[in-house]
Design a binder for this molecule. Structure first.
Ligand code: ZN
Length: 311
């Protein structure tokens, strides 16, 4: 038996997905969706965002969703907070892990949080101090959004990305991940940037957050895997996007990503049959939203036994 490789699938649909759809999913439907993801073996879920309810009414029930998600043993309950005030609310709600978005593009940063990237580093430093004081067990991850390109300013120089990651690691976050918020990344760029990230910040190099806007989501995840990344954000049904990056839609599809890794013999801990059941629960909760993905309509290959590919 060879050693089994494994990756962590971090489901971001209830946050990244819902923030990009116009419909507001009833809280009870969100809880059923999260329960179905958990039943499929998903062990990290970004369940919402602590932003003012008038900005994202779809996510106004995040504290309640966090409280419910925390009842599942072994589930890492994540949320996003764009500022100190949101972080305080997230710590009060009891999140295990908090994502702090920091745009590598100055234009996207102003549009998204009305701060420059450097001002965001200072905000992150204040959030780290608050965490240390009130919720020291909470894991903090900075997500460098628009790290691969920006729909507002276009190209984002790679020399802007890595120094920002170093500054955030220096500010005290546990991890810095790279996000292709606008679906502009390509595999060569992904390999270069994640290799550079690991060189600059070592074990604090974090997740790959890829969008499938231009069809390169899986190829980019594979390139990130080959560069040493072991945590991947994805969204059930490919729900997702960014309301402040016009034209951006569709996270990499969880069903397709799990299929790719499992078929390669890389363990995800997630059962595909369970994921397909969770997709049906999601479709019931958001009946008017299109769901994406190639595996669900094609089905599992004949003779597929999950785990048979492991070692
Ligand atoms: Zn995203």
């Amino acid at each position: 038996m060879s050693k089994i490789s494994s990756v962590l699938i971090s489901e971001v649909g209830p946050r990244d997905g819902l923030q990009s759809v116009s419909a507001t999913m009833p809280t009870a439907a969100k809880l059923r969706w999260i329960d179905a993801l958990y039943a499929a073996g998903v062990r990290e879920i970004e369940v919402g965002s602590f932003v003012p309810a008038d900005r994202l009414p779809q996510l106004a029930d995040t504290a309640e969703v966090v409280r419910h998600a925390r009842t599942h043993p072994g589930l890492v309950v994540m949320a996003l907070a764009p500022n100190l005030r949101g972080a305080q609310a997230a710590f009060d709600a009891g999140v295990h892990k908090l994502t702090l978005p920091v745009s590598a593009s100055a234009a996207h940063s102003m549009a998204n949080v009305r701060k420059t990237p450097q001002q965001m580093v200072e905000e992150v430093r204040r959030i780290v101090e608050l965490r240390n004081a009130v919720a020291p067990a909470t894991h903090l991850e900075a997500g460098l959004s628009t790290a691969f390109g920006c729909t507002i300013q276009g190209a984002v120089p790679e020399d802007d990305v890595l120094p920002l990651a170093v500054a955030l690691a220096g500010a005290g976050v546990d991890e810095v991940g790279l996000s292709d918020t606008t679906g502009m990344a390509n595999p060569a760029q992904v390999r270069r940037l994640f290799t550079g990230l690991a060189r600059e910040i070592g074990a604090r190099a974090g997740a790959a957050h890829m969008h499938n806007t231009r069809g390169l989501g899986l190829a980019n995840c594979l390139a990130a895997y080959e560069a040493g990344v072991r945590t991947f954000d994805s969204s059930l049904g490919g729900l997702g996007g960014c309301p402040y990056a016009p034209g951006a839609s569709g996270n990499v599809v969880t069903e397709d990503l799990v299929f790719m890794f499992e078929a390669m013999g890389i363990s995800t801990g997630v059962q595909l049959e369970g994921l397909l059941a969770a997709r049906a629960v999601l479709a019931q909760g958001l009946p008017d939203e299109p769901l994406y993905g190639m595996l669900p309509p094609a089905g599992l290959p004949k003779g597929w036994t999950q785990g048979a590919q492991h070692g």
